[in-house]
Design a binder for this molecule. Structure first.
Ligand SMILES: [Zn+2]
Length: 316
């Protein structure tokens, strides 16, 4: 009897230690790279040691559980922007929860992947653009963590991280993608595509690609002091193009499939190249931008924003 009870205690103790170690390693593991996948990219193959994590945020639920896995020896957090199964229209995506969740996980760099329409003849379906500018033409969404008694104005003149863009461009060259090294991404509200009148107007604005999600993410990532850069996958010419009416669904799907494969190879390559700490200014983007004196910021707001603004507050 005595022997049996000590054996039972030993098993209990052992399982407690295993649970404790698992919790501890989950807490201490370094996840510095995040990937947000768009249309067609709902999962990342090649991930090992995979676990899924639900992240609670003061802004509600992210689009889905985060998938944490190892890619090229680094822990990466992957999130499907529209939720698995593509359930959320661009307006309904909880962008704030998505970016806040990445911040809570410790992510410092976000690689975003998005299907876009091409607004220029020379950007052909199947080509990849690494945008360096956004034009935010959205109308019905929250694109800031601020409000609720605290005001901050971050700079968005250069809306993406130049260092991360360089890595993505290099990764694209390595995998043989047809890469455009810069471009302006017009972010429309959607979910409908443009009318011809709109499309022709955007052409006059000299934008390069059109999508529905990335300007919002870029703004929030900047506020959260996370480096952000986009792999924009040209799927078709927007409706301005004379060839557009002749395009078949099969042709668009074939281009999308090709694009997704290319973007996955690029992500793998980029993750391999991303080493060391950041030299860009993204990690200090909020410095001297919070206008509200600390004593006037409501306690709840301060608590909610602690992962983002905490380092600039005297009283934690
Ligand atoms: Zn950066």
């Amino acid at each position: 009897m005595i022997k049996l009870s000590s054996a039972t205690s030993a098993v209990k103790l052992f399982s407690r230690i295993v649970i404790y170690m698992a919790k501890r390693s989950a807490k201490t593991e370094k996840i510095s790279i995040g990937v947000i996948g768009g249309s067609g990219l709902y999962e990342m193959d090649g991930l090992t040691q995979v676990r899924t994590v639900k992240v609670a945020t003061p802004f509600g639920k992210p689009s889905d559980d985060y998938i944490i896995g190892t890619l090229n020896n680094k822990r990466v957090a992957f999130l499907p922007r529209h939720g698995r199964g593509h359930r959320l229209i661009p307006t309904d995506i909880n962008y704030r929860a998505n970016i806040y969740g990445m911040k809570k996980l410790g992510v410092e760099r976000i690689i975003s992947v998005s299907a876009v329409g091409s607004m220029k003849e020379e950007i052909k379906p199947g080509d990849i653009v690494i945008p360096d500018q956004f034009y935010d033409h959205t109308k019905h969404r929250r694109s800031t963590f601020f409000g609720n008694g605290v005001v901050a104005h971050v700079g968005m003149a250069e809306p993406v991280c130049a260092d991360l863009c360089r890595v993505l461009i290099e990764a694209g060259v390595q995998v043989g993608a047809a890469i455009h090294r810069r471009g302006t991404y017009l972010c429309m509200e959607g979910p409908q595509f443009s009318t011809k009148a709109e499309s022709l107007t955007y052409r006059k604005w000299n934008v390069d690609v059109i999508g529905m999600t990335n300007a919002t993410e870029a703004k929030l990532a900047r506020e959260a002091e996370i480096c952000y850069s986009t792999i924009a996958l040209a799927t078709d010419y927007d409706c301005w193009h004379h060839s557009e009416e002749a395009v078949t669904v099969e042709a668009v799907l074939a281009v999308m499939k090709h694009n997704i494969e290319t973007s996955k190879s690029m992500i793998r390559e980029a993750v391999r190249m991303l080493t060391g700490s950041r030299d860009c200014g993204c990690g200090e983007a909020l410095r001297n931008t919070i206008m509200t004196p600390e004593k006037l910021i409501p306690a709840k707001t301060k608590k909610d924003l602690a992962p983002i603004t905490g380092k600039y507050m005297k009283k934690k």
